[in-house]
Ligand binder design. Structure first.
Ligand SMILES: [Zn+2]
Length: 455
C-alpha cells in the first residue's frame, strides 16, 4: 500500500474529531438533531482549520440513517461513499477552477432534481470567493429560491470578497485558527496511535510553524517523520521548519534588549550561516517576544517558548512591556518588507541595529521602572503630608501659641537651650508670651521662666 499523507489518514470523520472548533461543531450537531438546518451555510476561516472536513461530516450526518447525537456512523453505505467522494448527491466543487457563470448555471439546473440515494443533496463550494461576478449572480438566484432538500455549503478563506447579498442568505460560521496547544495535543494523539517516538519540544516547534493550520502541522510532521526515519526529534523539526533553536533565539533577543548591537549582529550571523529562512527567523523572534510579554501578564497563555530558562525569566522580568511592543512593531514591519526583497540579510542587519536601540518611552516605564516610580510617589506623598502638617502647626502657633505641658515644656526648653543664642531665645520667648492666650498662659509660664535661666 502506498504511503498516505497524515492529514488524509487523520482527516476528521466525526464532528468530535475536529480540533479547536467546538462551538461550531456543537451548533451543527444540534441543528441536525433538531432538524433545523439551513439551506445555505458559509464556512469562513484560515486554511487548514477544518472547513471542508466539517462540510463533509455535515453531509454524512444529515444523510446517515444511523445518525446519533448529530454524528454520522461512518459505517453505512451512505457514509462510506461520501467519505470516498463517490456519492452523486454530495457534490464538491472547487470554485478556483470552476468560477464561471456556466458552471453555476449547471449547478442550478441539476439542483432541481431530487437526490437519488441520499435524503439531502449537498453542494460544497470551496474557495467560493473565486467566483466571477456573473457566477455570484447565478448563485444568488439559486439561494433566493432554494430547491427542496438541497443544502449549499460555501467555504472560503476570504469572506470579505463575497457579496453581502450572498452572505445575508447563508448561516455564517467563522472557523478559528487552531492554537499551538490544540495542534500539539492532536499531534501527540496521532503519534501515540502510530507508535512513533517523539520529543515534545519538536512538536512545539511544528505547532508554531504551522501558524494555526492543522493541515499544515500534519504536513510538517509528515516531513519530519520521513526525515528522521520514523522518529520525531527536535533537531529534525528545526531543520524541516527552518526554525532556529530557542537558545539561539534567546541569545539574540537578550543581546538586542541589552543594546549590545555587535553581539546581536553576531547572533544573527550564526542564524544566517546555518542557512535559516529570514522570514521564519523574524516570525520566531515575534513569537518569542510575544511569549516574553505574555509571561508578564498571563503566563498561562504562553504556548511556544520554554518559560523555565534563566534567560527567558530574566528577560520577561526585567524588560519594560513598552520595549516589547516597540520590538514587535519593528519586527512586523520587516516581516512585511521581506516578502518583496531578494536581500533579506540586509533587512535583518538593519533590524538588529534598530532593535538594539529601543528604549522604553517616557510615561511607559515597565516592571522595574514602575516599582521605582511607585516608591518615588510614596516618598512624594509622605513629604506632601509632612509639609501639610507643618503648615497646620505653624498656623496653630500663630493663632493659639505653643500648648505644652509644663514638664514637656521644661524638657524641650532645656534641650533647645544650648543651641539657641541668647538674643534669639529671648525673641522667641517674648513672641510666645505675647501670642499666648489667657488660658494657655499659666501652663506656659513655667516653661518660659525655667527656660530663661537655663540659657
Ligand atoms: Zn452512516
Amino acid at each position: 500500500m502506498s504511503y498516505q499523507a497524515l492529514y488524509r489518514v487523520w482527516r476528521p470523520q466525526r464532528f468530535d474529531e475536529i480540533v479547536g472548533q467546538t462551538v461550531i461543531t456543537q451548533t451543527l450537531k444540534n441543528a441536525i438533531v433538531t432538524q433545523q438546518t439551513s439551506h445555505a451555510y458559509l464556512f469562513c476561516g484560515p486554511r487548514g482549520t477544518g472547513k471542508t472536513s466539517a462540510a463533509k461530516i455535515f453531509a454524512k450526518a444529515i444523510n446517515c440513517p444511523n445518525q446519533k447525537d448529530g454524528e454520522p456512523c461512518n459505517e453505512c453505505e451512505i457514509c462510506k461513499s461520501i467519505t470516498s467522494g463517490q456519492l452523486n448527491d454530495v457534490i464538491e466543487i472547487d470554485a478556483a477552477s470552476n468560477n464561471g457563470v456556466e458552471e453555476i448555471r449547471d449547478i442550478r439546473d441539476k439542483a432541481k432534481y431530487a437526490p437519488t440515494q441520499a435524503t439531502y443533496k449537498i453542494y460544497i463550494i470551496d474557495e467560493v470567493h473565486m467566483l466571477s461576478t456573473g457566477a455570484f449572480n447565478a448563485l444568488l438566484k439559486t439561494l433566493e429560491e432554494p430547491p427542496a432538500n438541497v443544502i449549499f455549503i460555501l467555504a472560503t478563506t476570504e469572506p470579505h470578497k463575497i457579496p453581502a447579498t450572498i452572505i445575508s442568505r447563508t448561516q455564517r460560521f467563522d472557523f478559528k485558527r487552531i492554537t499551538a496547544q490544540e495542534s500539539f495535543d492532536r499531534m501527540v494523539y496521532i503519534l501515540k496511535q502510530k507508535q512513533v517516538d517523539f520529543e515534545e519540544p519538536a512538536l512545539k516547534v511544528i505547532a508554531n510553524a504551522a501558524e494555526g493550520g492543522m493541515r499544515d502541522a500534519l504536513s510538517i510532521l509528515d516531513q519530519t517523520i520521513s526525515f528522521g526515519d520514523n522518529e520525531v526529534t527536535l533537531d529534525n523539526a528545526l531543520l524541516v521548519t527552518g526554525s532556529v533553536t530557542e537558545s539561539l533565539l534567546a541569545d539574540y533577543v537578550k543581546q538586542v534588549v541589552a543594546h549590545e548591537t555587535t553581539a546581536g549582529l553576531a547572533a544573527l550571523q550564526k542564524v544566517l550561516d546555518d542557512g535559516k529562512d529570514a522570514g521564519r527567523f523574524v516570525e520566531d523572534v515575534i513569537s518569542y517576544v510575544r511569549d516574553l510579554l505574555l509571561y508578564k501578564e498571563a503566563p498561562d497563555m504562553v504556548t511556544g517558548s520554554d518559560t523555565t530558562g534563566d534567560v527567558f525569566q530574566q528577560l520577561s522580568k526585567n524588560t519594560a512591556p513598552d520595549v516589547f511592543y516597540q520590538m514587535i512593531n519593528a519586527l512586523n514591519e520587516v516581516a512585511a518588507q521581506l516578502r518583496f526583497t531578494t536581500h533579506p540579510d540586509v533587512y535583518l542587519e538593519v533590524l538588529t541595529v534598530k532593535l538594539a536601540q529601543i528604549y522604553p518611552t517616557q510615561g511607559n516605564i515597565g516592571a522595574v521602572g514602575s516599582s521605582a516610580t511607585a516608591v518615588n510617589n510614596a516618598e512624594v506623598e509622605e513629604l506632601q503630608t509632612q509639609i501639610q502638617q507643618l503648615k497646620q502647626t505653624v498656623s496653630q502657633l500663630k493663632t493659639s501659641g505653643v500648648q505644652t505641658s509644663p514638664i514637656a515644656g521644661e524638657q524641650s526648653a532645656r534641650r533647645q537651650a544650648p543651641t539657641i543664642s541668647t538674643s534669639e531665645h529671648s525673641t522667641t520667648n517674648s513672641a510666645s508670651t505675647q501670642t499666648t492666650s489667657t488660658v494657655a498662659a499659666p501652663t506656659n509660664q513655667p516653661a518660659s521662666t525655667t527656660g530663661t535661666p537655663a540659657g
